[in-house]
Every structure is written in structure tokens, then in C-alpha cells.
Design a protein around this ligand. Structure first.
Ligand code: PNS
Length: 163
């Protein structure tokens, strides 16, 4: 049984994330999408909300499940019995950032990282840009799943109201 973990913040999940998860699910027997629950980082969506949206996103994928983790990703990989971490790469900037993390994670426990090149349709898509564009009323409907659009609009409106 080859199991991989796809970690991320998923704040919120984008079509780019789901494409990587789908492709990982064809390469591994089982994929665990791992939502980082780092208390020190401020997120638009709570961990529960991010997990719930991911559950919807992977609903059609039989060998994919969703989990949350705190602490080191290498510890979580050991807990779930994963041999590999799968990450999408959109650019050389992503690679530079991800390479050191991949090497550190291998140093820590021997877990390997498998990089999948982003689909060219998604190379400009990030959760941060989606939030920024949506916050100014831009159309992000092609970049996130339908079930993210309503909650995204609501969250941004609530944040505006808070000042
Ligand atoms: O969506 P992101 O922000 O790129 O996700 C980053 C994440 C959560 C995958 C990464 O920060 C992570 O693995 N955090 C867990 C803490 C950890 O293991 N840090 C050391 C990495 S070498």
C-alpha cells in the first residue's frame, strides 16, 4: 500500500489544489489531504471550515481522505503511514521554497517528496491571490470550486464589516 500526504493550508482550496490531489490519487493507492492547523497563522477560514470544503472537493475520489494536522508534517506522515508527500509546483519560485522543505523533511524522517508540475491553467492560481481579487469584487468563479464561492464572499464581507 503506497500512501501519500498532500499538505497545505487550503485557505481556501482552489482548482489548482484539487487538480494536484486528483493526479496524486492516480499515482498512489491512498492520498491523505492534510490541512495544516497552525495556530500562529491568521487564516480567513477556520480549520473546520477548510476541512469541510476539502471534504466536498474530494468527495468523488474513493482513495482520498482529508485530515488535519498540527506540528511537523513529518510526524503526521508517520502517524498515517505515508511514504511520500506530494506538492504541486507552479514556478521556479515555488521550487526554491519547496526544495529546502523537501530536503528538511527527508532529513528528519526519510519521507520523500514528489513534485507535480501545475497544470498550465493553474500556474497563476493561489489562495492568497484568490482572496485578494475576491475582496475587491473580482471574478474568481473559475479558480475555486462552486461551494467555495458563497463562503468566500460571506467571510470577506464579515471581515470588511469588522473593519
Ligand atoms: O499551503 P501552504 O501554506 O504552502 O502549506 C504549507 C504547509 C502547511 C504544507 C507547510 O508549512 C508545512 O508543512 N507545515 C507544517 C510544519 C512543518 O513541518 N514545518 C517544517 C517543514 S520543513
Amino acid at each position: 500500500m503506497r500512501r501519500a500526504v498532500c499538505p497545505g493550508s487550503f485557505d481556501p482550496v482552489t482548482q489548482g489544489h484539487l487538480d494536484i490531489v486528483r493526479r496524486a490519487s492516480t499515482l498512489f493507492d491512498e492520498v491523505v489531504v492534510a490541512v495544516g492547523v497552525n495556530v500562529s497563522k491568521s487564516r480567513l477560514f477556520t480549520a473546520e471550515e477548510r476541512l469541510a470544503m476539502l471534504e466536498q472537493g474530494v468527495a468523488g475520489l474513493d482513495n482520498v481522505r482529508v485530515g488535519g494536522f498540527t506540528g511537523l508534517i513529518t510526524t503526521y506522515c508517520r502517524e498515517v503511514g505515508a511514504d511520500a508527500i506530494v506538492k504541486g509546483l507552479r514556478s521556479a519560485t515555488d521550487f526554491d521554497y519547496e526544495l529546502a522543505m523537501a530536503q528538511m523533511n527527508t532529513h528528519l524522517t526519510g519521507v520523500e517528496t514528489v513534485f507535480l508540475p501545475a497544470d498550465p491553467r493553474h500556474t497563476f492560481v493561489s489562495s492568497s491571490l484568490v482572496k485578494e481579487v475576491a475582496s475587491y469584487g473580482g471574478d474568481v468563479s473559475a479558480l475555486v470550486p462552486d461551494f467555495v464561492l458563497g463562503p468566500l464572499t460571506d467571510k470577506l464581507a464579515a471581515r470588511r464589516a469588522e473593519g
